[in-house]
Design a binder for this molecule. Structure first.
Ligand code: NAG
Ligand code: NAG
Length: 498
């Protein structure tokens, strides 16, 4: 892995900086003996794993750049002060961030002290975190080139979140998060984290409708980015971190695969970086202003906040999805090269019972099969229950991805309620609206055959018509629009601005 990272590093340097620096990183040995830096594609001085915080080993590198054997002046064996690289440092990357081991030891002592009688739980959580960092990323399919990107949050979503935060934060509405004993993901023993629940109706503007608005905004943004159809997994409320907070670098537990973070509000002395390791193996710092959103492949991209927050607070929301193994087939360029062809291979044949994002034969595949005796596609195909947090049922889901077989099965199988095709989700959408968004003609036909009206409106009958939605998601000359017009679909735009 080190070798791969290094050669990729070299390639990037070659592209960004030209070949003079390239020579400097030709081998680990030479790297220790010169003081040039590696730069990531954001032009930040970068480093590999286990430099800022333990990520794949229990320790960070202690090969400090100020040690005599790293002094470039003494690198030549003919120099009178020549210092050979001691054995213990020979394969250790250069530590340029200072004494991060001291920082980490202090972090762990805080946990052990706090959980006194259960101090060993702290070490166990750490072992598990590091184990996952090692095992999970190489076992994963990825859907983007670099693994993360920063964008603006959808305007409507940010406006709603910001309003909700302004009206409800403070005054004891946020509850202290309850971390398991010995949990080391945050240093909550020093800096408790707080949560403001967006789905709680006792808060002004809170409830399922706000939740659904966030789900939908994040979903369409992330689907455009990954070109995969996504299913909601988990949406926390707004988490508030305080001064000195640290988030240990980790990968998310499956099925949290495709995720977004929105900065809702902050009061900071300097931007608080999210450190991520891109698919190029390099560390990146990404900072966000309120209203900005980071999209990231949280199952394979190690991410954390190993540098303590400087400021009063930082409030953000996390939204997590799982790809369901169907490419999004509307509105995007199918020729786009960044959409890796291998994804198609994984999808055909249903990946031998595995979720589409786990590579068969990988370490994680074995773990997944052990923990999930039932085939993944079985679970997904024959699950018709409501989705967690969105109110969508199996008919919404089948209509969204254009799965005619599943929708037919829901309608015809007495085990399910046929009325599901007439049921609203929390946003007041019917399955036919999902079909319009996806542009699935056969689904629309099937729904009409079973008594659904072509002019149903979103928002429990007060929002957009099926045709309005289709115009939002497809070009005007798209055959799907013609198809709807022939069926008598009407333009019934709502008063509400969209
Ligand atoms: C997905 O990304 C992770 C982390 O960057 C990497 O280790 C893994 O090899 C990638 N998967 C594939 C199939 O390239
Ligand atoms: C990220 O920020 C920290 C704290 O400012 C800094 O020490 C580190 O070098 C930065 N890392 C990158 C990749 O820019």
């Amino acid at each position: 892995m080190t070798t791969k990272t290094q050669s990729e590093t070299m390639m990037n340097l070659h592209q960004c900086l030209g070949s003079s620096l390239l020579l400097a990183v030709a081998s680990a040995q030479q790297q220790q003996n010169d003081h040039s830096y590696d730069y990531n594609s954001f032009n930040q001085r970068t480093y590999g794993l286990d430099i800022s915080f333990p990520i794949t080993t229990p320790h960070v590198s202690s090969n400090y750049d100020y040690l005599p054997h790293n002094n470039p002046q003494y690198a030549s064996p003919s120099h009178p002060n020549y210092v050979a690289v001691p054995e213990e440092f020979k394969h250790m990357a250069l530590q340029r961030l200072g004494d991060r081991q001291y920082f980490y030891d202090h972090f762990m002592e805080g946990c052990r002290h706090h959980y006194a009688a259960h101090a060993d739980y702290c070490d166990e959580t750490e072992e598990e975190r590091i184990d996952m960092n090692l095992r999970q990323p190489p076992s994963m399919m990825n859907y983007t080139e670099l693994g993360f990107v920063k964008v603006n949050a959808p305007k409507k979503v940010f406006a709603a979140l910001q309003k909700f935060w302004e009206e409800n934060s403070g005054s004891g509405n946020e509850h202290a998060e309850d971390w398991d004993e010995g949990n080391t993901y945050t240093n909550h023993w020093d800096v408790p984290t707080f949560m403001l629940d967006v789905a709680d109706e006792k808060f002004k503007g809170g409830g399922e409708k706000l939740q659904k608005l966030i789900w939908d905004g994040a979903k369409s943004t992330l689907e455009k980015w990954t070109k995969e159809t996504l299913q909601p997994c988990s949406l926390y409320g707004i988490r508030k971190y305080g001064e000195g907070a640290v988030l240990a670098p980790h990968v998310d537990r499956l099925p949290l695969v495709t995720s977004a973070i929105i900065n809702v509000a902050q009061d900071v002395d300097e931007p608080w970086p999210l450190e991520v390791y891109g698919h190029d193996g390099m560390a990146y710092n990404i900072t966000m202003e309120p209203g900005e959103m980071i999209l990231y492949e949280s199952h394979s991209v190690v991410h954390g906040r190993p540098f303590p927050l400087k400021g009063r607070y930082y409030a953000n929301v996390f939204i997590h999805f799982e790809p369901v193994g169907h490419s999004v087939d509307h509105g995007f360029d199918p020729e786009d090269e960044t959409h890796m062809a291998t994804i198609q291979d994984i999808k055909s044949g249903f990946n031998k019972g595995l979720p589409p994002y786990i590579i068969d034969g990988s370490l994680e595949a074995a773990v997944w099969r052990r923990d999930n005796p039932e085939h993944w596609e079985h679970k997904h195909k024959y699950e018709a229950d409501e989705e967690e947090g969105t109110g969508a049922n199996g008919a919404h889901y089948a209509s969204n991805i254009g799965d005619v077989e599943k929708l037919t099965w829901i309608i015809e199988n007495p085990q399910h309620r046929k009325e599901m095709i007439h049921e609203h989700d929390y946003n007041g959408w019917l399955p036919i609206h999902e079909a319009a968004r996806g542009g699935h003609e056969e689904i629309v036909e099937l729904l009409l055959e079973h008594g659904v009206d072509i002019n149903e409106r979103t928002d429990f009958g007060e929002g957009q018509s099926v045709l309005n939605l289709a115009y939002d998601y497809h070009e005007e000359d798209h055959p799907f629009i013609q198809f709807l017009l022939q069926l008598g679909a009407e333009d019934l735009d709502s008063e509400e601005e969209l």
